[in-house]
Write a protein that binds this ligand. Structure first.
Ligand SMILES: [Cu+2]
Length: 190
């Protein structure tokens, strides 16, 4: 079936997850609050707010298409697992299906994906949204892959603590990344 190791996906996700954790630990109460009312107004006039529910191991509520200016918000309804939405824009003209893309050899998939994701939003179970990259707003048209790269079975608190203490990716034991268990989706921004 699907191969689990995806070096670019894992590398991007690990780096960004660490950044997110550092941001959230640095000022976890203030970072998202001041921008929220303005962002909501922008979304109302230029796009919609897309509430994505994150469960084990699936994104719920991702529409096929949305307008530029639409903004994703995340809710983690898992009982135990940390989750995230990492959005990676595919090259213009890429029209293979998501399933086909995920079955490509690792180096071919790597070559298609950007160095850094366009957005990364995380949340612990029942916890607040952590904006690691961007604020969830899609500013460019295109086709985006959404993935969660958190390893399965990792305790959220342990994960956050390990990430805050390390210079590299969090040193926590875990199972396969959630995207390998089905936590992957796509959206086209028009
Ligand atoms: Cu996840």
């Amino acid at each position: 079936m699907k191969r689990i190791r995806r070096s670019r996906l894992l590398g991007v996700v690990a780096a960004v997850t660490l950044a997110a954790t550092l941001v959230s630990c640095g000022d976890d109460d203030d970072s998202a609050e001041p921008a929220a009312p303005a962002a909501a107004q922008v979304a109302a006039s230029e796009g919609e707010v897309i509430e994505v529910e994150m469960v084990d191991y699936e994104f719920i509520g991702v529409p096929e298409t949305a307008e530029v200016g639409s903004r994703i918000t995340v809710v983690n309804n898992s009982q135990t697992e940390m989750h995230e939405v990492v959005a990676l824009r595919l090259p213009d003209g890429e029209d293979r299906s998501l399933e086909e893309l995920l079955q490509l050899p690792e180096d071919e998939l790597d070559a298609l994906l950007p160095e850094m994701p366009d957005m990364v939003l995380l949340a612990a179970p029942g916890g607040p949204q952590i904006d690691a990259v961007g604020d969830g707003t899609f500013t460019m048209p295109g086709r985006y892959v959404l993935v969660c790269g958190i390893p399965a079975g990792v305790d959220p608190e342990e994960f956050l603590a390990a990430a805050a203490e390390n210079d590299g990716p969090p040193d926590v034991a875990g199972g396969p990344p959630h995207f390998a268990l089905g936590m992957v989706a796509e959206i086209t921004i028009e």
